[in-house]
Structures are given as C-alpha cells and as structure tokens.
Design a protein around this ligand. Sequence first.
Ligand SMILES: *Cc1c(COP(=O)(O)O)cnc(C)c1O
Length: 374
Amino acid sequence: MKNIQMVDLHSQYLRIKDEVNQGMNEVLESSAFIGGPAVSKFSSELASYLKVKHVIPCANGTDALQIALMALGLKPGDEVITADFTFAATVEVIALLGLEPILVDVEASSYNIDPVALRKAITPKTKAIIPVHLFGQCAPMDEVLEIAKEFNLFVVEDTAQAIGAQYSHKDGSVSRAGTMGHFGTTSFFPSKNLGCYGDGGALFTNDDALADKARVVANHGMKVRYYHDEIGVNSRLDSLQAVVLGAKLKHLDSYVKARQSAADYYDKAFSNCEFLEIPSRVSYSNHVFHQYTLKTRGIDHFELQKYLMDKGVPAMIYYPVALHSQKAYTRPEYKEENFPVTNELCKSVISLPMHTELDLEQLEFITQAVLSYR
Ligand SMILES: *Cc1c(COP(=O)(O)O)cnc(C)c1O
C-alpha cells in the first residue's frame, strides 16, 4: 500500500506531469516569469469556469483578502464581521489594515457563519462581512447577502477552501463559491483543492470598477507606471505557477468527484460509529471536501489523533483554538456563551486524509484504523 498522507501531491503530479513539465519548460525558455501569457491565459480560463467577469491573480490567499479590503476603501476603525471558526488569515488581514475584526459564531449545520449571530453583531461601524466557505461547503449566502443589502455592507467571500463549490439560491439559480459577493478570494497553496507548486492566490469580482481598483492595489497602487495614486502592495502570481494551475483546472471537476467519493466511503464506514459524527451537509451547497472533518463524541480528539498517527494514519485538528480565544484576536466584550458551536467544534473535530489520489486499499486501512479505536 502507498504511504498514507493528508494530501498526496506527488501521485497527483505524476498524472499531469507531461503537461506541467512541458508548460514549465516553455516558461523557462521564454523568460516571461512574471505576468507572462501563462498568467493571463489561466486567469481567463478560471473566469469562464467560475462564470465570473474578472479574475485578478495575486501572490497568495492572504494577500487576496487584504487586496479586497483595500480595494473596498475601508478605513481604520471600520468593523468587519467574520466567522470565529476559520484559519487565522481571515482575521489577520482585517487587523493588519487597522480595521476591527468582529468574530461571530458559526452554524452547527455548516460550520459557517451564523446569520443570526451576524445580524446581532452589526453596529453603525460595520462595513463588511467575510463569510468563509469552510472545509469545502458554502456559507449560507442568501442570508448573508440579504443582511448585507439591508445594512449596506460589503461582502468578501473567503473561498480558499471551496473553489468550485456550487451554491443553490432560493430562487433556483446556482452560483460558484466566490462569485456572489463584491469580491471572492482564493488561495492556490499546494494543498488547496486547486493548488500550485508554490504560493498563489486570486480575487474574483463581477464589478468592473472594483476589479480595476484591485488590480491597482495589487500593483503598488499604480495605474500608470511610476504614478502612485494610492498606497498599494506588491502581489503577483508567477508564470510557472500559472502553468500548474492551468493544467489542474482542467481536472478540477474530476478532482472534486474523487474527493466526494472518498467522503462517501468514509460516510458509510462511520455512519453507525457511536464515537463519531459524519460531516453534515446543507441543502443549499454541494461539498467539495477540502477537508473531511468528523466530530468526535465522548472521546478526546487529540488521543484519537495520536492513536491514528501511531498506526500510520495522519489526522489533523482544524482548528483546536477558536479565534475569539486567541491572544492576538480576543476582545474584552466577547462572551463564551456567544460561541457555543465554535467552542464545541474546537473540542471535538478531527480531519482525516483527503485528496484526489486515495485508493480503496488506503480508505479501507484508514477506516479500519479509526474504527479499531474502540
Ligand atoms: C489557506 C487559507 C487562507 C490563506 O491562503 P494562503 O494562500 O496560505 O495565504 C485564507 N483563508 C482560509 C480559510 C484558508 O484556508
């Protein structure tokens, strides 16, 4: 049996090796390392895949969030509401820009921002909401967009874990994750569902003016070279990464299917297990399984993790500490009773290996190892 890893990038590479190597060689021969044709080709292919007007490539998913908040013209002191249960990058950029991150609890059904908690957190200073599509399932966007409209707030969707996921609106229409707010952002970190072989990221928007603004911000605040109308950053996707992304984008839907069938296998194995609860699914979104995350019941998730590691099965705890409890992001006004779902998730979740290359032998080994815990 092949060694079990959380993510098996090497086996995936072997299946696209010829295309990637040839594309990389072309870039090497052309010396167009930054902003070359590979970058614009990939950006427009991704735009058609997502059915979004603009894809603005940048250096990583954290930059994408920062560029979005800068392009929206938010000012120090403005409040930005986001989910308590996410990766720190989401709140980090809010704080870095001198904005006030306001964390709210998530829903038990989706592990994503709870619209009821969101509405309660709105103050006259609130300017934007960052819903995160965590683990590969969309946040309740109809509700988020409705609240945003009512209070005139910007929406930036953190799509780092859910590229390709589909949201079904109440009116029956369907949108790709990241294309419903003023901006969507994503990460092409190698282990993400669409990952490159280094760092990369992108912003999505259907708004021409916001797209222009984001391009200027990402390029040192320049529209015309050496004329800096505003303070920007330097954030670029390089051509070698764009080659990898272009090759992988063609397979993204089949990658999603491979993840979903691994998840189905796990679901069947664990559905009657008394110490585990399989990931819940919401009616309004499919699940692209960036992570397959179980909730444990009546056992210590760190002990299960250690038990699995000893058996050669990697497992991760995403995330062990709620952001509202982190030294960097806690606020005196936060009350524990306002974060019941996040607190419970942090105490109970465990994520199993999830990638496009899991075979039946590995899945059987992993599930047997988990079930043998008790
Ligand atoms: C990975 C991730 C990011 C940051 O992406 P980088 O490319 O690593 O900067 C942001 N938000 C979420 C939810 C992520 O999972």
